[in-house]
Write a protein that binds this ligand. Structure first.
Ligand code: ADP
Ligand code: MG
Length: 572
């Protein structure tokens, strides 16, 4: 997993290099400042030479200036590195999600997918640049300062070699504890928010049932849990601060005591002692950095794992040389098609179905709800893949077509029309992005929608709101019709296209649907049987397969299931 994570650094390796180099240099400057101070104390000041003092102060000024600029590089360019990686991952993730089969979306909550796309990747980008930076700085600081200390006074350094790792270990463990506690706190806040929001939006119900005190009780519980968590979080935070300080003081004390004796016995200079004390201060940095890293790393890797899970889900197969350039006339055949959504035998929805729809003809599917009509229709554009048997269009297996080409040959109108947030024009353009204004208007006219669209304040440019809330059901259906007129496919699938509409609107739309299906091979699934009398062929489909087939007159004469359905005797 780590290896796959590292692969994402490749496009930004130059930035990573600059970031890491700056981080090392920052650590380097932090390392030499104590040494610089001891030099000031031991050599420069005793020399009583003001020009020398000035010169060395100037050196220090330069070092500080460089450090500040490097810090800017790390904080700005380092974050850019994270942002670029996040951008690339999000792009890849969204593009991949677009290619996933519908089955994938059947099995995942939209909210979950959203948080993978947005929140998880956020955490990843943070650790992407802070991670290597924090680790590198910590290592350089620790190794560097110990080297310096051993060079200055090995006896004192030896004592610190025991004490400092102990301090760092305790510090990190306490730090992790308080970070965890604060994360827990964030969850509690989210609970309070959710609860308050629930209450405010349901305030009418609360008042109607005089449930105010009950709600207060609920809120008090959440609020109490929040307060308790907060107190324990503050406790861990205080413990962290105190224990690190405690160690620092102990170590300083030891350094003072041992250092003073070494100075007295002429084994160390005063500057050397100051240098040691400054290094002890420096050791606080790795504690914070390493704990921050551990925390972020765990969080980000969990997110990265979820990211990989989606990215590794195979896209719908569309590989190889597929037919993508052919004039389709639209003859459809189902040959022994068996299909189920699950893996087990009992889940089979369609069992050995054979259907033939000649080019330009209309086949109607009727039957009880849950009989598999929608399922059958959704196999044609390969929304789901046939497992046994095959479906052909113009005698070509649909799996031999390019997926996009296949879907461009098929127009689908369903009961609920999905309208994207945006204008009417934008909603039509999804069928044909390059369509001219005139083409859009023509399509609307054919769909008998132009009348109401041209009456709207901004015509085609009218915003129709999220999911088309500003349109009536019939109007939305007409937009869907216009989309298909614009697409102009040889094959048409009408899946209960009018069942959500009232009788009068249904009759109007029905007329348009008939115009639309002229010259197209049409599969119509109808809720109201009166709408399919003119179909060339009618199939009665139930869980047990195809029960009857024939045209309206034949089926009525047969006095079977269809006849009884028509009479309203059988229940749908
Ligand atoms: P109809 O359109 O004739 O009412 P469907 O084709 O919608 O019937 O459904 C047929 C059967 O398949 C039903 O038992 C239904 O529960 C099941 N089904 C439909 N869609 C899915 C799906 N996406 N995942 C799993 N099972 C499904
Ligand atoms: Mg259905």
């Amino acid at each position: 997993m780590i290896r796959r994570f590292i692969a994402y650094y490749k496009p930004v390796r130059k930035l990573l290099f600059v970031d890491m180099l700056s981080a090392i240099l920052i650590a380097g400057i932090d390392l030499i400042t104590p040494r610089f101070t001891s030099h000031m104390i031991d050599v420069i000041i005793p020399s009583m030479n003001v020009t020398l003092v000035l010169r060395w102060s100037f050196y220090l000024l330069i070092a500080y200036a460089i450090r500040v600029s490097l810090q800017y590089v790390v904080e700005y360019w380092g974050h850019i590195l994270g942002v670029r990686m996040e951008f690339a991952m999000r792009k890849q993730l969204f593009a991949h999600i677009q290619q996933l089969p519908i089955r994938f979306f059947d099995n995942i909550k939209v909210g979950k997918l959203m948080s993978r796309l947005v929140n998880d990747l956020n955490d990843i980008s943070e650790v992407a640049h802070h991670g290597p930076e924090d680790l590198l700085i910590s290592v350089v600081l620790l190794v560097g300062s110990f080297t310096m200390m051993y060079l200055t006074q090995w006896k004192l350094a030896l004592i610190l070699t025991v004490l400092v790792p102990l301090m760092i270990a305790v510090g990190i463990s306490k730090n992790l504890k308080f970070r965890k506690a604060f994360r827990e706190l964030r969850r509690r806040v989210a609970d309070i928010n959710a609860q308050a929001e629930d209450n405010f939006s349901g305030i009418r119900v609360v008042k109607a049932f005089t449930a105010e005190s009950q709600q207060e009780q609920l809120f008090d519980d959440g609020n109490q849990r929040f307060a308790t968590s907060r107190i324990s979080a503050l406790k861990t935070m205080a413990e962290f601060g105190v224990s690190v300080k405690f160690f620092i003081y102990i170590i300083q004390l030891v350094v003072f005591f041992v250092g003073a004796r070494l100075i007295i016995s002429n084994q160390m200079s005063i500057g050397g002692l100051v240098e040691f004390l400054l290094y002890v201060q420096l050791f606080q940095q790795p504690i914070n950095r390493i704990s921050g890293f551990i925390m972020q790393y765990n969080q980000a890797m969990a997110g990265f794992e979820r990211f990989l899970e989606v990215v590794d889900t195979p896209a719908q197969s569309n590989a190889g040389d597929k037919i993508d350039d052919l004039a389709i006339s639209g003859r459809i055949r189902f040959e022994n098609v068996t299909f189920g959504y699950g893996d087990v035998e009992e889940d089979i929805v369609l069992n050995s179905i054979n259907i033939h729809i000649p080019e330009g003809k209309t086949l109607a599917l009727v039957g009880p709800s849950g009989g598999g009509k929608t399922t059958l229709a959704s196999l044609i554009p390969r929304f789901y893949e046939v497992e046994q048997g095959r479906i052909t269009i113009d005698e070509i297996d649909i799996r031999d077509f390019d997926l996009g080409f296949l879907r461009r040959q098929i127009g689908i109108i369903q009961q609920d029309v999905f309208i994207f947030a945006g204008t009417i024009g934008e909603n039509l353009a999804i069928a044909k992005p390059e369509a001219s204004q005139q083409e859009l208007i023509d399509a609307l006219k054919k769909a008998e929608a132009w009348e109401f669209v041209s009456d709207l304040p901004s015509g085609l440019d009218t915003q129709i709101g999220q999911r088309g809330v500003k349109l009536s059901g019939g109007q939305k259906q007409r937009i869907a019709l216009a989309r298909v007129f614009l697409k102009n496919p040889p094959i048409l699938i009408l899946d209960e296209a009018t069942s959500a509409l009232d009788n009068k609107t249904e009759r109007y739309i029905q007329r348009t649907l008939e115009t639309l299906s002229v010259g197209r091979t049409t599969l119509v699934i109808a809720h109201r049987l009166s709408t399919i009398e003119k179909a060339d062929q009618i199939l009665v489909l139930s869980k047990d397969g195809i029960l009857e087939e024939g045209n309206h007159t034949q089926l009525m004469n047969q006095k079977g299931f269809y006849y009884h359905l028509r009479q309203g005797e059988a229940t749908i």
